[in-house]
Design a protein around this ligand. Structure first.
Ligand code: FES
Length: 114
């Protein structure tokens, strides 16, 4: 059995990501969307599972979803699950925590696909 330890990486200050917003970041070479939803912080990969386009990160849909600008697929920002066609495979998700006013994202992801 192989154990892989996660490492939390500071990404952005909590003051820079108010509730109801999300932003893209490059973390350890992976493009990740960090979102601040009503229930807290979440992180998913910023790559549509349909045809690998970056997702729209300036708007949150239905309170907890992000959309693809190419064909309109939407993904759950909490679970990474695909919520509408033409995408049927989910996104990688990453654990998130807050330390000393900084949002930290763990690498590697804990969920490769849903
Ligand atoms: S590339 Fe994202 S829905 Fe097609």
């Amino acid at each position: 059995m192989v154990m892989i330890m996660s490492k939390y990486i500071p990404v952005v200050g909590t003051d820079d990501l108010p509730v109801g917003t999300c932003k893209p970041f490059i973390i350890s070479g992976i493009s990740v969307i960090v979102a601040h939803l009503a229930d807290g912080y979440h992180a998913v990969e910023n790559r549509c599972s349909h045809a690998n386009s970056p997702l729209i990160t300036s708007k949150i849909y239905r309170g907890d979803q992000v959309a693809c600008p190419i064909h309109g697929a939407r993904f759950d920002l909490k679970t990474g699950a695909a919520k509408s066609p033409p995408a049927f495979t989910g996104l990688m998700t990453f654990p998130v925590r807050v330390e000393n006013g900084r949002i930290e994202v763990a690498m590697p992801p804990t969920n490769i696909s849903s």
